[in-house]
Unconditional design. Structure first.
Length: 263
């Protein structure tokens, strides 16, 4: 029906190909009428294995020996220790966890800084020698991430805020964290609603793709790494499906979503 009327659809292209060549097309020989997707570069490895025994591994994550706990912060500071005491108790380089909700509400403050003066280390100078990790999950709140059809919502001191992949890219351009968790709905293990489990697994892969495409398209002088969220609740098959979906993308690592039940 599209012959002689503008750009042919893929079915018409297939009929033309079969008429001229006589065999089915291979790969993407038909092309596409859609805009070409952004080519995703390979992810840089952030973990170096030093010893391995069975399934256990030790090594370094961005020069931080593992296994290692993260240092959870609230509004840019450790929760229970002053910075001077923290350095005495935990000497050396640490991984500082910054919930995305804390960064979301400080975007206007960060925009007041000059372009070359933006970033986590400029707003909080005590992070200068540490690795910064922007997380969606906030361990102080359960649950702290809420799903949706278009975007996730996170808790902040001013209420819930929507954080879509494009919003996360904007936050990252301002704060320049070393490691960023991709958006993903946190479904606790005691949730058995099939629709919610499917939505969490499917949307996490979609949002991851959008985040990686935005990362590949931007020009950033500071390298940063993406962790993909694996959802699925306690449904093993759904977990396997989610693992396969996000493992197809070039990411630096993975997060296991929804490991604990709701209170």
């Amino acid at each position: 029906r599209h012959f002689g009327r503008g750009t042919p659809c893929r079915y018409c292209k297939w009929k033309l190909w079969m008429t001229e060549v006589g065999e089915p097309p291979k790969g993407d020989q038909l092309g596409s009428t859609d805009a070409p997707a952004v080519v995703l570069p390979p992810a840089e490895s952030i973990f170096c294995v030093e010893t391995a025994e069975g399934r256990a591994r030790t090594g370094k994550l961005l020069d931080i020996p593992t296994p290692r706990f993260v240092v959870l912060t609230g509004r840019g500071f450790a929760l229970h220790l002053r910075q001077e005491v923290l350095e005495e108790v935990l000497p050396g380089k640490q991984m500082i966890q910054l919930p995305v909700g804390d960064l979301h509400i400080r975007q206007e403050l960060q925009k007041q800084w000059p372009e070359d003066g933006r970033g986590v280390r400029c707003l909080w100078p005590h992070f200068s020698k540490h690795v910064s990790y922007c997380s969606f999950r906030n361990p102080r709140l359960n649950p702290s991430v809420y799903g949706g059809e278009a975007a996730c919502h996170v808790e902040t001191v001013g209420g819930r805020r929507k954080v879509a992949p494009k919003d996360l890219l904007g936050i990252q351009q301002l704060f320049r964290a070393d490691i960023v968790a991709a958006p993903a709905e946190e479904v606790p293990c005691d949730v058995v609603a099939s629709r919610r489990l499917h939505r969490a697994a499917n949307k996490s892969a979609e949002w991851l793709k959008e985040l990686l495409e935005g990362k590949a398209a931007e020009e950033s002088a500071t390298p940063w790494h993406v962790l993909a969220g694996v959802q699925g609740g306690r449904d093993l098959k759904m977990r396997q499906k989610a693992c396969a979906a996000v493992a197809a993308f070039p990411v630096a690592g993975f997060l296991i979503g929804g490991p604990r039940p709701t209170p």
